[in-house]
Design a binder for this molecule. Structure first.
Ligand code: ATP
Ligand code: MG
Length: 390
């Protein structure tokens, strides 16, 4: 019995990328090889339109699952590779379709290789009768149980019935890197995932306020990032000591403005670090209207401290949508572990939902925060989560 022997990986959005395409494909190729490095027997072929993974006896299910986490892949087909010979195509098609479940079928053919002497319609006319004659299957051109694809290319013909969806987006790394603000909550890991799915690498910044926040928060962040390592093999986590800044805020600013001020300081720090680490953008898990600091007015006043673009992938999602993504990427259970966040500790009873910029500026003139920010940046603790863990 012949067996499917390759996976054929399709790129989707990449196809539209013109002359950058080959660098996109190279990057995706190395991301794919990296994602599958635990499967020892696989072989890899990079072509202009597809990447082929030779199974060499490995079961395909786990490999497909792994590939479904690699951004930049549109679809993955389980294929049988054979020579460009109509007799071989006929007999292989028959053997393969016998292994599929269903009562109806349709044959589709694509002849990319124009040197192949039989046009695609005629290939279908030759293959379909062989199947009709040798099986109980019936033809259904509109809604077949089994769609048998015959893809005739330069180097070989690929026959397949099963195609799995990929994650879509762009290959990780192609879009550069974002300085991602990671709290221990539900939203920020989801935002990180949504960015990575678009091909954006992340580096994380976290503001810790010991002794008000505990070491447990950092373990929690590490656990969250281990889940995200599935999409990005190594993630750098920058832990910024935030206690002194936070205490200074509470000494100098009225309670109702503390959160606004704290977040302005967070964005100032994120901006400073993003410049040093070559991140052209900052990202966060903010979602419009979720809490006082996330009203549009608050965002305006907070964002005013930086001219670096801030991407908020969760901005327009509601909490239930965010939770369902968190469950899908397996971060939800970690995120709901109880912990003290620097925001929750000092939460005022009545935070401002529409803070005024001139007010904020007035308060800020009253204390010399710049040295505190520089000191915090100087004392950042860096951890690498993932493969190249130090
Ligand atoms: P999350 O679930 O991500 O914690 P949230 O709904 O609790 O979000 P906030 O606590 O207001 O909302 O935080 C909004 C965003 O600000 C977070 O998603 C995160 O990107 C950033 N943020 C908040 N606290 C911290 C922190 N201690 N360190 C780094 N980033 C933070
Ligand atoms: Mg939070």
């Amino acid at each position: 019995m012949i067996k499917y022997d390759h996976l054929m990986i399709r790129f989707g959005e990449l196809s539209t990328k013109g002359k950058n395409k080959s660098s996109f494909v190279h990057l995706l190729f190395s991301n794919v090889k990296h994602a599958l490095k635990d499967f020892e027997n696989l072989t890899f072929i990079e072509k202009y339109d597809h990447i082929y993974v030779g199974l060499n006896g490995e079961e395909y299910q786990k490999i497909v699952e792994r590939l479904q986490d690699v951004s930049g892949i549109q679809g993955i087909s389980l294929v049988f590779k054979c020579e460009n010979d109509i007799e071989v195509i006929k007999s292989s098609s028959l053997e393969l379709i016998k292994q599929e479940e269903g009562k109806t079928f349709k044959v589709k053919c694509k002849r990319g290789n124009k040197k192949f002497p039989i046009i695609s319609d005629d290939v279908i006319r030759q293959v379909a009768p062989v199947i009709l004659k040798n099986t109980d299957l019936k033809v259904d051109v509109h809604n077949p149980n089994i769609l048998l694809n015959i893809d005739i290319r330069e180097e070989a013909t690929y026959i397949f019935c099963k195609t799995f969806d990929g994650a879509g987006g762009y290959p990780l790394g192609i879009a550069g890197k974002s300085m991602h603000m990671l709290s221990g909550g539900i939203d920020s890991p989801v935002a990180a995932y949504l960015l990575m799915k678009r091909g954006v690498k992340i580096e994380c910044i976290h503001f810790a306020s010991p002794p008000y926040t505990q070491e447990g928060v950092i373990f929690k962040l590490e656990d969250l990032l281990i889940k995200l390592n599935r999409y990005q093999p190594t993630i750098r986590l920058n832990i910024v000591p935030f206690t002194k800044i936070q205490e200074a805020i509470y000494d100098h600013v009225p309670e109702s403005y503390c959160i606004t001020m704290m977040r302005r300081m967070m964005f100032r720090l994120a901006s400073k670090l993003s410049l040093r680490r070559n991140c052209p953008v900052i990202s966060s898990g903010e979602s419009v209207g979720q809490v006082a600091s996330q009203t549009l007015d608050s965002m305006h006043v907070i964002n005013e401290v930086t001219n670096i673009p801030v991407i908020r992938p969760c901005a327009a999602l509601d909490k239930l949508e965010i939770i369902s993504i968190a469950k899908k990427i397996d971060t939800f259970d970690i995120s709901i572990r109880p912990y003290e966040d620097c925001c929750t500790i000092f939460t005022p009873k009545a935070p401002k939902t529409s803070p005024k910029l001139d007010e904020v500026r007035k308060f800020e003139q009253e204390f010399d925060y710049e040295p505190l920010l520089n000191e915090a940046i100087k004392n950042i603790e860096v951890r690498q989560i993932g493969e190249n863990k130090k």
